[in-house]
Write a protein that binds this ligand. Structure first.
Ligand SMILES: [Zn+2]
Length: 263
């Protein structure tokens, strides 16, 4: 029986290089037998395919992003991917590009329109990507910089992926979830992250938020881990099969693509 937990094993794999330059004398470091049998997790990690950038992608330049410059001390190296929802009910009359532009300009104007302590200046969108109900992925903040938040958690190393909508009150669309899976698989592949690096806002900022809303958060349940399994299908080069299941008991029933504005 291994004395390492799964996460430890994967972290160990990723840290091989730094461990080999540890100050400990080399002869005290036990040698790994070359014929070592790989665990299913290690095998899956080694068999990953290179995931291409998702197709339904709109770059920041394409939608006309106008960020302010971000300070150099906000640069970071991505280590985890965090899923969010907007927390704002999406209705079919909304325009995704207008929604993003409004969020960006609001962030830049916060010190003028909010009272302390919530008047933090956001030079650009708080998220790195935003996904519309039809599955279109909009590029937000540059991946080179840490995100923004109104909650407390370690920002450096975090990539933020937001799905438009409020998943306490409506359900994400299949196209939206599929784009989220393809996007996260691309990020995980690009930065060589273990599947433990996929998380949600509520899991990290414990007790501070219900984000990304119960009808999306359900797919990050530790037992079933649906979202991680879908990402793994893409990482292993298998066909992506997503089943969103029945509505939760007492949960929202209406899809985001069906929610009309109340008159
Ligand atoms: Zn969030």
């Amino acid at each position: 029986m291994s004395r390492f937990c799964q996460a430890g094993l994967l972290a160990g794999m990723l840290l091989t290089t730094s461990l080999s330059v540890a100050t400990e004398p080399a002869e005290l470091t036990p040698k790994q037998p070359s014929s070592k049998k790989l665990s299913p997790q290690e095998k899956a990690f080694q068999q990953r395919v290179k995931v291409p950038k998702p197709k339904r992608f709109v770059s920041a330049a394409q939608w006309g992003s106008r960020p302010d410059p971000i300070d150099d001390d906000r640069r970071h190296a991505p280590r985890r991917v965090m899923l969010h929802h907007a927390g704002v009910l999406w209705t079919t009359d909304r325009d995704p590009v207008q929604f993003i532009r409004n969020m960006q300009s609001w962030g830049k104007r916060r010190p003028e329109i909010e009272k302390p302590p919530r008047n933090t200046y956001w030079p650009d969108l708080p998220y790195h990507f935003l996904i519309a109900p039809d599955g279109t992925i909009y590029e937000g903040r540059s991946l080179e910089y840490e995100p923004e938040t109104n909650t407390k958690y370690k920002l450096a190393g975090t990539l933020g992926v937001e799905l438009m909508g409020n998943f306490e009150a409506q359900r994400p669309s299949p196209a939206q979830v599929e784009s989220a899976v393809q996007l996260v698989a691309w990020l995980v592949s690009r930065y060589d992250l273990p599947s433990e690096a996929i998380t949600t806002h509520a899991k990290v900022a414990k007790g501070q938020t219900g984000c990304p809303g119960r009808d999306f958060a359900r797919y990050f349940d530790e037992e079933t881990a649906h979202f991680k399994q879908w990402v793994e299908q893409v990482l292993q080069g298998k066909p992506l099969v997503i089943d969103l299941g029945e509505p939760l008991k007492d949960g929202p029933t209406q899809l985001i693509t069906e929610t009309k504005r109340a008159d």
